[in-house]
Design a protein around this ligand. Structure first.
Ligand code: ADP
Length: 198
């Protein structure tokens, strides 16, 4: 059986950046965020269910999910968040399993931002890789990348598992407090480890 590693970390910790380095090393990286976006694009598999549950107002003129409206709604009431997750999570899981079947690399990485907040992937992954980052850095990088305010980033972090708990659940950890060269070196080292495990 192919080794499957679940890659996770808080918002802005560096998951996408690390995922890209594994891709550069020839590894199949399945990104559940990319899948979620695909499902909510015009004609995406989740659009009809979202329309039925939340109304046409949540769908933008081009037929995609109105992300900003939905973000505001789910932050206003956790029940809406759960309702959206009930639509998206099974579809994301199905697509992830399809991509696993097509993958050819010696091991597979699945990037799952909320890996430890769900148990959907417990039977799929064999190891967890956590990207860890000082909260100050995490906030600054996310504000810069996503054009969000400090309070908005802090509100998102508050919905995620704490840094301490995430680290406790990690099999492998990448520390992303320093420069990109340091980050890349850690990815290269883990790549050798995963090849030897696979
Ligand atoms: P995530 O996918 O976990 O939300 P990203 O990989 O998108 O995080 O990283 C967040 C932002 O921080 C991006 O703009 C990325 O280019 C930048 N970044 C990540 N790691 C570093 C680093 N070591 N040094 C400088 N910028 C970084």
């Amino acid at each position: 059986m192919t080794l499957i590693v679940g890659l996770t970390g808080g918002i802005g910790s560096g998951k996408s950046t690390v995922g890209q380095y594994f891709v550069d090393l020839g590894i199949d990286v399945i990104d559940t965020d990319v899948i979620a976006r695909m499902l909510t694009e015009p004609g995406g598999l989740a659009i009809n269910s979202i329309k039925n549950s939340f109304g046409q107002a949540m769908i933008a003129a081009d037929g995609s999910l109105n992300r900003e409206k939905m973000r505001n709604l789910i932050f206003s009431d956790n029940n809406y968040k759960l309702a959206l997750e009930n639509i998206l999570h099974p579809l994301i899981l199905t697509e992830t399993l399809q991509q696993i079947r097509k993958a050819l690399s010696p091991y597979i990485i699945i990037a799952i931002p909320l890996l430890f907040e769900t148990n959907d992937y417990d039977k799929i992954i064999q190891r967890t890789l956590v990207i860890d980052c000082e909260e100050k850095q995490q906030i600054l990088r996310t504000m810069e990348r996503s054009k969000l305010s400090e309070d908005q980033v802090k509100a998102i972090i508050a919905t995620q598992i704490s840094r301490t708990h995430r680290l406790q659940k990690a099999d492998d950890i990448i520390v992303n407090n320093l420069d990109i060269a340091y980050l890349k070196a850690q990815v290269a080292q883990l790549h050798r480890k995963y090849i030897s495990l696979s």
